[in-house]
Design a protein around this ligand. Structure first.
Ligand SMILES: C[S@@+](CC[C@H](N)C(=O)[O-])C[C@H]1O[C@@H](n2cnc3c(N)ncnc32)[C@H](O)[C@@H]1O
Length: 249
């Protein structure tokens, strides 16, 4: 990944464009091994986290997943009107195959796919009952802008649920960085059989990520109500944020 030169290498509010473009290439390289590495590095907890987030939706809702990647989360969104957004055409191609065949097997109509970044969502105001971000928030170029766009496309009373790597505070973040720099690297090397696997650079996105408190404050600044954000048990590896767009602005 780039060195985020514009920010001296660390800025939890976003990523400079040069570093982001390199990050996108690395994310695309993960596609063939993405689910397997995730499963191993989280001791299988990623499935539980996805279910936890998914259970916030109720049948019939119109939902948007921002940063859908290869469709690991969206394929299991049952009984919902689903839109998947991602800036990577490669990710969207894989997601479309996967999500639409799962939907077809359940007798559901295909999802909608949008190639765009969170910071500039080409969709109308007040459209969605719920927006999900699974392991994509820490990749946003500009987190406040992305949150503002999500706020705009949510209906009044609509909810945002984010699940991403957990960082409660500096000390907890240090533990996470050690985990990313050691165990995750060994697992990725084992699964990919490559010395230069993409998880080498991806560990930086955790190093440069902010704390739960930092993002809770950002969500409130954007206008969200009922903002919550906490580590998920049992391993405290990930955090889940929930926030609501007020009914009357
Ligand atoms: C690690 S994948 C997450 C995949 C999936 N959501 C899941 O449940 O595992 C992160 C995704 O975020 C996307 N992404 C990166 N920057 C983004 C941005 N600014 N706006 C929206 N998505 C972004 C990447 O293209 C990538 O597909």
């Amino acid at each position: 990944m780039g060195d985020r030169s514009a920010t001296g290498g660390y800025d939890p509010s976003g990523i400079d464009i040069d570093a982001w473009e390199k990050l996108e290439l690395q994310l695309e390289e993960t596609i063939p091994n993405y689910d397997r590495v995730n499963r191993l590095m989280t001791f299988g907890q990623d499935k539980r986290w996805r279910r936890n987030v998914r259970n916030h939706a109720t049948p019939g809702m119109k939902v948007l997943e921002v940063g859908c990647g290869p469709g690991s989360f969206a394929e299991d969104l049952v009984g919902l009107d689903v839109t998947c957004l991602d800036p990577s055409a490669e990710m969207l191609k894989v997601a479309k195959n996967r999500v639409d065949s799962a939907r077809e097997s359940r007798g559901e109509s295909p999802a909608q796919y949008v190639e765009a970044i969170a910071e500039s969502i080409p969709l109308d105001d007040n459209t969605f009952d719920m927006v999900f971000c699974l392991f994509s928030f820490r990749d946003f170029q500009d987190k406040k802008k992305g949150l503002s766009e999500i706020y705009r496309v949510l209906k009044p009373g609509g909810r945002l649920v984010i699940c991403d790597a957990g960082k409660a505070n500096w000390f907890h973040g240090l533990g996470g960085r050690i985990w990313m720099a050691t165990v995750v690297q060994w697992i990725a090397r084992y699964v990919t059989r490559e010395k230069n696997h993409p998880w080498k650079g991806l560990a930086n996105t955790y190093t440069q990520y902010g704390t739960n408190g930092y993002y809770r404050a950002m969500m409130k600044e954007v206008g969200f109500d009922d903002v919550q954000g906490r580590l998920l048990m049992p391993f405290m590896m990930s955090s889940r944020f929930r926030a609501t767009k007020p009914k009357a602005e």
